[in-house]
Design a protein around this ligand. Structure first.
Ligand code: NAD
Ligand code: WQD
Length: 350
């Protein structure tokens, strides 16, 4: 069985990817110190996959700890690097934290991998690198350094690092995946997103407002140049996104492909904030209390993906629609409610 190192494998996207890796016959080896996850996600993974996956609770920035993981578990067929901080707002207030963890962990990982002759990586990038694209849907040839947050710059910097590495050493094989807006949860209701405190992302806020944990969702801006005045985004079901990683690993095996490839991972279908709320109410039958508010600083009006490269080169496209993703996000919230847990669960590492 091919072992794949999954940094950040206990996180939102990482945990769903571990499920799909097991389904596809890989053995994921998780490195995650649970700084933004929780034991419950590991327990959910065990229940879904029927296996106790190897988990190393170490900091990816710690070179000695990473060396020990490679020595104990290697050789790996490849690595998928999710571990990073991801809050745009927080990155504005604490840029050093973001540059240190997001770029530092990739540098440590690469150095360790090279020592162990591992040169295959799938990297979590973001549509944040595009900022407001000139043409929509945006494709991978668009300028990809227009971001305006420290978080976004860490992704731009990591992409540069990886591309430079691919040029300097053609033995490296890498896939950079630019995720759009991942939402939803596993249909089992056993794993999902664990937003810390008051969510800043739309869907976690919608489900918490619907559950009565928040007074009302504020729609940030209704005067955009979009069909209903609210922003357009490309919301992708996390299970579809997880499956794209399995395809990306297979792509690394295809020696005919370039040694560094970049793919958008979205649905290609834009949805407005109002459409998200309406769809949520339709598929769940639960009302979302809403109020209209001003624009949120830093938001782009519209961004959605041209997904033709991923369809052509990876043979991947999204299967779930917005309604599925929102229903699954609601099921996950209900699962948390049933456990009687606070939605802002204390992290074990916190
Ligand atoms: P997440 O916070 O749920 O998962 C990240 C995981 O990495 C967490 O479990 C955390 O504990 C772990 N981690 C972070 N730093 C670590 C370190 N130094 N050592 C060990 N473990 C560490 O985030 P996510 O939503 O699953 O995002 C995964 C990746 O995808 C990130 O790189 C993120 O920037 C990127 N991404 C996310 C989104 C999104 O909207 N969720 C969109 C685009 C890109
Ligand atoms: C979506 C829409 C808000 C909350 C972020 C990162 C991006 C990527 C994905 C990591 C916007 C509106 C939101 C609310 C609202 N992450 N909204 N009320 O900003 O598109 O992307 O996550 O790489 O880098 O920036 O996602 O979910 O925050 O917002 O009206 O309470 O919902 O204004 O139009 P965003 P989001």
């Amino acid at each position: 069985m091919k072992k794949v190192l999954v940094t950040g494998g206990a996180g939102f996207i990482g945990s769903h990817t571990c499920v799909e890796l097991v389904e596809a016959g890989y053995l994921p080896v998780i490195v995650d110190d649970l700084r933004n996850s929780h034991e419950r996600i590991l327990a959910g993974l065990t229940r879904i996959t029927g296996r106790d996956l190897p988990v190393h609770r170490v900091d990816c920035n710690d070179p000695e700890a990473m060396e020990r993981v490679f020595t104990a578990e290697g050789p790996f067929h490849g690595v998928i690097h999710f571990a990073a901080y991801k809050s745009v707002n927080e990155s504005v207030n604490e840029p050093l934290k973001y540059y240190t963890n997001n770029i530092g962990s990739l540098a440590v990982l690469i150095a360790t991998a090279q020592r162990h002759a591992l040169r295959r990586i799938v990297f979590s990038s973001s549509c944040a690198v595009y900022g407001q694209a000139d043409r929509l849907p945006v494709d991978e040839t668009a300028p990809a350094e227009r971001t305006n947050s420290p978080y976004g710059f860490t992704k731009v910097a990591c992409e540069h690092l990886l591309r430079d590495l691919a040029v300097s050493d053609p033995a490296w094989r890498m896939v950079l995946l630019r995720y759009f807006n991942p939402i939803g949860a596993h249909p089992s209701g056993l794993i999902g997103e664990l937003p810390v405190g008051v969510p800043s992302n739309l869907v976690p806020y919608v489900v918490q407002a619907a559950a009565g944990r928040r007074e009302a969702l504020t729609i940030h801006g209704t005067d955009y140049d979009t069909p209903d005045g609210t922003c357009l985004r490309d919301y992708i079901h996390v299970v579809d996104l997880a499956r794209a990683h399995v395809r990306a690993l297979a792509h690394l095996d295809d020696e005919r492909s370039a040694n560094c490839s970049v793919f958008n991972v979205g649905t290609g279908r834009p949805a407005s904030v109002k459409e998200v709320v309406d769809t949520f109410e339709r598929v769940t039958g639960v009302r979302v209390p809403v109020r209209m508010g001003p624009r949120r600083p830093g938001d782009v009006a519209s961004i959605y993906a041209d997904t033709s490269r991923a369809a052509h080169d990876l043979g991947w496209r999204s299967e779930h629609d917005l309604g599925h993703a929102l229903r699954h996000a609601w099921q996950w919230q209900q699962h948390l409610e049933a456990e009687g847990s606070d939605a802002s669960i204390k992290r074990s590492g916190a």
